[in-house]
Design a protein around this ligand. Structure first.
Ligand SMILES: Nc1ncnc2c1ncn2[C@@H]1O[C@H](COP(=O)(O)OP(=O)(O)OP(=O)(O)O)[C@@H](O)[C@H]1O
Ligand SMILES: [Mg+2]
Length: 337
């Protein structure tokens, strides 16, 4: 592992009297793709704006590549920005959009040309040089915005929900593209999303945030399999989360005996971790939907609604039917309070 490349130390970010981010500590390695994940308003954009130099921290420091940039102007930090609205210049063709920043730097024409062509090739847009943004698809415009940032050779590239304007198919395409570009250029990327699937698919490590604080930080595999809190578990698709009391689980609706005694405060199951069609518990089916390889049931039980996926090979239960289920120890994820 390479050393820390971006270091946020006790970074506190405020808007007037409101503290959006209190004392954030985060180390990012060179060449890493970090995803900031979390619900609306948790401080993702605020953190990005501080790294970029668009928001002065109330306290704390930001180091990039060994240098304290806390008080450095945005345009001196070597940071590229790609935002949700990619703000291309509509009157300029693709080439000139990408070349724009290089022209501002007054580089020699030959260098502008070669770097622009190389940047467009990196994002798979060779041949599109003469097109205006309006003559390009959403995904192509997004890639153009990426090329425009990449040609500036930023030390760090910040992407704030860059894919949220794209339809589902283009999002997938761009995800792969972003990963490829990142591996090819080795640029350190911080990527903001509130889509957990996107974070899992793209990131080397995920920073899950809640109310300006890091709830959990880890690889996609760690966050997916080992969320530590109910908040993290919920974000990672554990739809059944219950408090433990002795050998039962309980919530506001009631309680169910487990037949084993967990040693954690909270237990969580994904819908596919709940066994359907057999087991000690009974409930009534209140919703059933076909989802390709499985059926998704909502079972009204002593715990209220339990979400359970059943293999398509099992006999189908209808709404109103009684259905037995189990909350097995093997698929339970222990969480701390
Ligand atoms: N310009 C501003 N003035 C005052 N408060 C702001 C400003 N921008 C953001 N905030 C507040 O700071 C907090 C963090 O906002 P931020 O934009 O960082 O959230 P976010 O995680 O990017 O959310 P989203 O997913 O909706 O983009 C929120 O409570 C928000 O209301
Ligand atoms: Mg935001």
């Amino acid at each position: 592992m390479s050393d820390t490349f971006v270091q946020l130390t006790d970074l506190t970010l405020t808007y007037g009297k409101n503290i959006a981010v209190p004392a954030l500590n985060l180390s990012i390695r060179e060449g890493e793709l970090i995803a900031l994940l979390g619900p609306s308003g948790c401080g993702k954009t605020t953190t990005m704006r501080a790294i970029a130099g668009l928001l002065a921290p109330a306290s704390g420091s930001i180091h990039i590549d060994g240098r304290d940039v806390t008080r450095l102007a945005a345009n001196k930090r070597g940071i590229g920005l790609v935002f949700q609205s990619y703000a291309l210049f509509p009157h300029l063709n693709a080439f000139e959009n990408v070349a724009f920043g290089l022209r501002l730097q007054k580089l020699p024409e030959a260098e502008i040309k070669s770097r622009t062509e190389q940047g467009m090739a990196t994002v798979g847009l060779s041949g599109f040089e003469g097109r205006k943004p309006a003559e390009m698809s959403g995904g192509q415009q997004q890639r153009l915005a990426l090329a425009r940032s990449l040609v500036m050779r930023p030390k760090v590239l910040l992407l704030d929900e860059p894919l949220s304007n794209l339809d589902a198919r283009l999002r997938l395409e761009m995800r792969t593209e972003l990963q490829r570009v990142q591996k090819e250029t080795g640029v350190t990327m911080v990527f903001v999303t509130h889509d957990q699937a996107e974070a899992l698919a793209l990131a080397d490590r995920i920073v899950l945030m809640q109310q300006g604080k890091i709830e959990q930080l880890g690889t996609p595999a760690q966050l997916y399999a080992q969320p530590e809190t109910a908040f993290a578990a919920e974000f990672m698709g554990f739809e059944n989360i219950f408090k433990v009391a002795g050998d039962s689980v309980q919530n506001d609706h009631g309680s169910l005996p487990l037949g084993y005694r967990p040693d954690s405060a909270i237990l969580a199951w994904r819908p596919d971790g709940v066994r359907v069609g057999q087991g000690p518990h009974q409930g009534r089916v209140t919703a059933c939907s076909f989802a390709g390889g499985h059926r998704e049931y909502v079972i009204d039980s002593a715990l209220g609604p339990v979400k359970a996926n059943a293999d398509i090979a099992l006999p189908e239960a209808q709404i109103g039917d009684s259905l037995s289920f189990d909350l097995p120890q093997a698929t339970a994820r222990p969480l701390r309070a």
